[in-house]
Write a protein that binds this ligand. Structure first.
Ligand code: 5GP
Length: 116
């Protein structure tokens, strides 16, 4: 499968669509998920154009993973969540719906099912 630059996250990265941005640097944009699975659900979207983890440049992955950790720590502190789920899906059968690499940081609250 190839990268299609008309995907929603590519448009957000280009500023063609709005988002609730919480951070941006040379490597990635961090924004709130529009349909959060829990309070504080945050997405890290690397700027390098890859469809998902399977076709991504290893150097681009290395560049963004420290930010993923920073966001996970910051979201946990800001939400007082009991845990953090890190999720990342590759291709539609695995649950991917937006075909530009991204990482989900999903706060988990004891006794509260995700999606509730
Ligand atoms: P995937 O299943 O591809 O890993 O997840 C895509 C995520 O992007 C979903 O959690 C969905 O709610 C989120 N999403 C879809 N469209 C938009 C959008 O336009 N803006 C934002 N901020 N999130 C989106």
């Amino acid at each position: 499968m190839t990268y299609d630059s008309t995907n929603i996250f590519a448009k957000i990265l280009k500023g063609e669509l709005p988002c609730h941005k919480v951070h941006e640097d040379d490597n990635a944009l961090v924004m709130m998920d529009i349909f959060p699975q829990s309070k504080g659900h945050t997405l890290i979207v690397p700027k390098a154009p890859s469809r998902n983890l399977l076709d991504a440049d290893p150097a681009a992955i290395s560049a963004v993973m420290p930010l993923v950790q920073r966001v996970a720590r910051a979201v946990k502190a800001a939400t007082n969540a009991d845990g953090i789920r890190l999720a990342q899906f590759n291709e539609a059968p695995a649950g991917q719906t937006v075909f530009h690499l991204h990482f989900h940081v999903i706060p988990v609250y004891e006794g509260v099912p995700l999606g509730a």
